[in-house]
Design a binder for this molecule. Structure first.
Ligand code: HEC
Ligand code: HEC
Ligand code: HEC
Ligand code: HEC
Ligand code: HEC
Ligand code: HEC
Ligand code: HEC
Ligand code: HEC
Ligand code: HEC
Ligand code: HEC
Ligand code: HEC
Length: 264
């Protein structure tokens, strides 16, 4: 109600309102406010509803929510639970609806006023919430709005972190990390050697210089799927030599030196 034109009926109401506040009898005698009256004084709320009211424009009207008006009635502002009962839909038990929703444009959601939005997010996206709880990391202690500043959007990793090597893109991050469980590094068998080499230069140098058949493999050909997994030579080779040799020298690397600097 920042500015409006003074129409003749508005003038009458403004004269009547302060008067009615002091005199219950005259207030009771004043005519009922009709939905069509609101526009005389509240043009900005009406404009907002017209533009973005959604179901609050199409399914209900002003007086379904504003069932009283000062000075005649003090309960002008409704609780959301008047119509969105908490039973059944867990979202309707979220704290502080007005922290995110504006009643006259209910789907223009703005998290700015909310200190913690995650409980409300979890009511509709339980899987992501569960991942954060089940795989504790420093992301588990960040509120969801640090990464999701608007509903449906997200910041990419690179807006908060440096990559392990310059050439890496956001899509590359997702080859090894998942945003809600970032410490559980898992990957498929396409990860290039250079991605592992940024933290493990030693094995990469050895393999690149090696002249045996191991030279042709990516790291993840042997270190499959899950970071820190160490394979056994026998998983791939079984027992290649005669029993007596393996009994005398149980360690393959006794003769073959190692997987990265293999000697045949
Ligand atoms: C004649 C002008 C006029 C008309 C018509 C009018 N209002 Fe108001 N309305 C006011 C004024 C003035 C206030 C501020 C009153 C106050 O703060 O005590 C107000 C306050 C309100 C408030 C805020 C109350 C609060 O407790 O903060 C709501 C909600 C409201 N009006 C809704 C409506 C609705 C809905 C209609 C139509 C059914 C309507 N008004 C019709 C003048 C009007
Ligand atoms: C879904 C319920 C709902 C509907 C429908 C609704 N309002 Fe409201 N309105 C609210 C709530 C809740 C508030 C309190 C907002 C707050 O505290 O931030 C409010 C606040 C207001 C206020 C006080 C000033 C302000 O903007 O906070 C006015 C005036 C108002 N509404 C007028 C209207 C008019 C006119 C209509 C119809 C065009 C309407 N409202 C439709 C729920 C509704
Ligand atoms: C007078 C009843 C009433 C009140 C009070 C009310 N709503 Fe609604 N609201 C509805 C109806 C009816 C719908 C459409 C059906 C549905 O989605 O349940 C709706 C739909 C919505 C939608 C979806 C809008 C869309 O276009 O899809 C949101 C979001 C919403 N309400 C939030 C709120 C919030 C937040 C409050 C409290 C500030 C509130 N409502 C208070 C009746 C109400
Ligand atoms: C942390 C922010 C947040 C809070 C707090 C919050 N909501 Fe929502 N709400 C959302 C988001 C995000 C959506 C999804 C909107 C979409 O689908 O575009 C939504 C959707 C809705 C819808 C429409 C979808 C549906 O399931 O019917 C209604 C109605 C609704 N909220 C009501 C409420 C009520 C009532 C409260 C308080 C009890 C509340 N919201 C609290 C963020 C919030
Ligand atoms: C009332 C239910 C509801 C609430 C509450 C809700 N969302 Fe959503 N969200 C949806 C729906 C519906 C979609 C669109 C369908 C989909 O992609 O799953 C969606 C989509 C998203 C997307 C895009 C997903 C994609 O694959 O593109 C993100 C990100 C998102 N929501 C994050 C959040 C965050 C963060 C919160 C809490 C602030 C939240 N949502 C609260 C219902 C909700
Ligand atoms: C809004 C900023 C933000 C975004 C976006 C973000 N992170 Fe983080 N991340 C942090 C903060 C803050 C920490 C804790 C401090 C630190 O380790 O830098 C963290 C920590 C981490 C950690 C270490 C976790 C731990 O517990 O030690 C990993 C791994 C990580 N992030 C990966 C990612 C990946 C991958 C993405 C993209 C999917 C991403 N982050 C997106 C802010 C962010
Ligand atoms: C080849 C797999 C792989 C790729 C691709 C990858 N990471 Fe990592 N990242 C890791 C591993 C492994 C760790 C160490 C985890 C540990 O310490 O247990 C890690 C750790 C991190 C950490 C924790 C701090 C640190 O440096 O140790 C952050 C932050 C991080 N990654 C962000 C990113 C971002 C951003 C991208 C995309 C540009 C990315 N990662 C791409 C495997 C990868
Ligand atoms: C961001 C750095 C980073 C990246 C990228 C990275 N690692 Fe690691 N890796 C580590 C750290 C830190 C450790 C733990 C070192 C320790 O425990 O001594 C580790 C441990 C390992 C171990 C277990 C070592 C042992 O002695 O138990 C293997 C195997 C391994 N990484 C393989 C890989 C492979 C394969 C890749 C590529 C898919 C990769 N790493 C990518 C940082 C990284
Ligand atoms: C993930 C499977 C895998 C693991 C683990 C593995 N290797 Fe191999 N290795 C291979 C494959 C495949 C070849 C090539 C076989 C061929 O082409 O005939 C090979 C070749 C070899 C060769 C012959 C090299 C040449 O150039 O002829 C030796 C020796 C060997 N591996 C020893 C080892 C030893 C010792 C270990 C453990 C330290 C080991 N390997 C671990 C898969 C593996
Ligand atoms: C042919 C299979 C194979 C390939 C290819 C391979 N590794 Fe390994 N790696 C192993 C095996 C087997 C071990 C365990 C050696 C042992 O027990 O002494 C191992 C051990 C390791 C270790 C822990 C001990 C150490 O040497 O530091 C790291 C880290 C590692 N590999 C990283 C890598 C990286 C990075 C690459 C790619 C550049 C790679 N590996 C390629 C089979 C392989
Ligand atoms: C006592 C030394 C010794 C030990 C211990 C040993 N190897 Fe060998 N291995 C050799 C020699 C020497 C050759 C080359 C023989 C040849 O070229 O015929 C060889 C060849 C191989 C080959 C290549 C076979 C081919 O057909 O080209 C593989 C694979 C292999 N070893 C795997 C293993 C594995 C796995 C272990 C442990 C379970 C192991 N070796 C233990 C000495 C050893």
């Amino acid at each position: 109600m920042k500015s409006f034109f003074i129409t003749s009926s508005l003038l009458v109401s403004l004269v009547l309102l302060p008067f009615a506040a002091g005199a219950v009898a005259s207030a009771a005698a004043a005519p009922e406010l009709l939905p069509s009256d609101c526009q005389k004084c509240h043009s900005s709320q009406i404009a907002e509803i017209e533009a973005a009211g959604g179901q609050h424009r199409d399914a209900i009207g002003c007086t379904d929510c504003h069932q009283e008006h000062p000075p005649r009635g003090a309960n002008a502002i409704p609780e959301c639970s008047l119509c969105h009962e908490s039973g059944g839909n867990p979202h309707f038990s979220s704290p502080d609806c007005l922290n995110c929703h504006r009643p006259h444009s209910p789907l223009n959601i703005d998290f700015a006023r909310a200190s913690q939005v995650r409980p409300a997010c979890m009511t509709c996206h339980p899987n992501q919430g569960q991942e954060l709880l089940n795989y504790p990391s420093n992301h588990s202690v960040l509120d969801s709005k640090e990464c999701h500043q608007q509903h449906g959007q997200f910041l990419t990793c690179l807006e908060c972190h440096e990559p392990h090597q310059d050439s890496q893109s956001y899509a590359n991050c997702l080859e090894c990390h998942r945003p809600h469980m970032p410490l559980k590094v898992a990957y498929d068998n396409n990860v290039p050697v250079s991605f592992c080499a940024s933290c493990h230069p030693g094995p990469a140098v050895l393999l690149s210089e090696n002249r045996t058949k191991h030279h042709q493999f990516n790291c993840v050909y042997c270190h499959k799927f899950q970071h820190k997994v160490i394979p056994k030579c026998r998983t791939c080779h079984g027992q290649p030599h005669f029993d007596e040799l393996h009994e005398t020298y149980p360690q393959c690397i006794h003769c073959h030196i190692g997987p990265h600097n293999l000697v045949n």
